[in-house]
Design a protein around this ligand. Structure first.
Ligand code: SAH
Ligand code: SF4
Length: 392
């Protein structure tokens, strides 16, 4: 049921004996208020509530006991109807107080949350004066969501890639992660950004991804601004073009680049053999990005593979003229591989080259890695949280 848009609910409720406008109300209960029990949908006629309940609004997923990192990052392990599990991560960022202004962020470390660093914050001032009942600013939370169980792309540094693709998630399963995440928020927190950076390649599950975007952004539901949503992709060129066209460039785009030449990139990311760098860069140039917005370039630094200063020089050249900011991510170790991050000094050296070439470059702080919630560490089936906390 979570996959339905209001107009589709309208048809459904009419079929069940209700009126067209009840469709919008059901959608609002589910998506804006997080109420799934038809009996509690108090503005619907009793008969309709009963009919809806008989149809059965089965839960899309169950949240297993979560894990909370020292930095308040927490990972929700979510069990789907067929028993498969995926993870979604809540990452509190800086508070709603005025942040370092645009362009003057700390150059060595983004003050933003892990994945949140990928999100454009050019309209960050919107929330000024937005206070919670205690008169304090809300803590802004970025949620990282999954789109597949595993991933078919096979990137060598990624736990999901090493595992392979088990199945696609449906739009309802993607949206349900957000509703579950919202229900987990503390009183002083507010859901601010959504990043499609969990398990899976969102553009390899294009139909579900697009429908989930329509559901999350719909004005009658959660009404999340498309600009606060970022889809991260390993570079599926035709789907990047489709996404640009389907949402007029409004959805934020993050590209996992990880190398500046085809040989290196193909070694790290097999998808590069299908869509080599020239095609990808051309695709990025064609993306209908609104003015003043930038594409996020993600570059996972893998020791001895793509972290030489010369490669930073190549990267600077490759990206010339594109509206981008660069996020450097020192590789988080994964069990299945001996690959690892470079020494800190090498990361800084890599960054220095790009800064000198005039780029905005952030080094993504490790968040939540004590609960294996950092990029690329999201585990697969049956993963056991290391720490259990009581929820609620
Ligand atoms: N499939 C999409 C989105 C999920 S991955 C994509 O690849 O873009 C989110 C980001 O985490 C990607 O940039 C990915 O390359 C990066 N990543 C994967 N494994 C990692 C690891 N072990 N350490 C650091 N970053 C990793
Ligand atoms: Fe898939 Fe992204 Fe991991 Fe590559 S980095 S295997 S595309 S999830």
């Amino acid at each position: 049921p979570l996959a339905r848009l209001p107009e589709e609910w309208a048809k459904e409720v009419v079929r069940l004996g209700g009126r067209t406008f009840h469709g919008k109300q059901v959608f609002r209960w589910l998506m804006a208020r997080g109420v799934f029990e038809p009996a509690q949908m108090t503005d619907l006629p009793k008969d309709l509530r009963r009919a809806l309940a008989e149809g059965g609004v089965e839960p899309v997923l169950t949240v297993l006991p979560g894990t909370r990192a020292a930095d308040r990052t927490r990972k929700l392990l979510v069990r789907l109807r067929d028993g498969a599990t995926v993870e979604t991560v809540l990452i509190p960022g800086v508070s709603g107080e005025r942040r370092l202004g645009r362009g003057v962020q700390d150059e060595t470390e983004s003050d933003d949350a892990d994945a949140a660093a990928a999100v454009d914050d050019e309209d960050d001032d919107e929330d000024q004066g937005d206070e919670n009942p205690q008169g304090k600013s809300y803590l802004r939370v970025t949620q990282c969501i999954s789109t597949q169980v595993g991933c078919a792309m096979g990137c060598v540094f990624c736990a999901s890639g090493v595992a392979g693709l088990k199945r696609n998630l449906g739009p309802d399963e993607i949206v349900a992660q957000v509703l579950a995440g919202k229900a987990e928020l503390d009183d002083d927190e507010r859901l601010r950004n959504i990043v499609y950076m969990g398990m899976g390649e969102p553009l390899h599950n294009y139909a579900s991804t697009v429908r989930s975007l329509r559901l999350l952004t719909h004005a009658d539901g959660l009404a999340i601004s498309p600009r606060r949503i970022t889809v991260s992709t390993s570079g599926l060129v035709p789907e990047i073009a489709k996404l640009g066209a389907d949402f007029a460039g409004q959805i934020g785009l993050a590209i996992s680049l990880h190398a500046a030449d085809d040989e290196t990139r193909s070694r790290l990311m097999p998808i590069n053999k299908k869509y080599p760098l020239a095609a990808l860069i051309e695709g990025l140039r064609a993306y209908p990005l609104p003015r003043r917005r930038r594409i996020t370039i993600e570059y996972t630094l893998v020791s001895g593979k793509n972290d030489a200063p010369l490669e930073a020089t190549k990267l600077a050249k490759l990206l010339r003229g594109l509206p981008v900011k660069v996020n450097l991510i020192p590789m988080n170790p994964i069990e299945a591989s001996t690959l690892g991050p470079p020494a800190g000094a090498r990361t800084l050296e890599f960054q220095r080259v790009l800064l000198d070439a005039g780029y905005s470059v952030f080094i993504r702080r490790r968040r939540g890695d004590d609960v294996a919630a950092a990029c690329g560490q999201l585990a697969l089936l049956g993963a056991k949280p290391k720490v259990r906390v009581d929820r609620g």
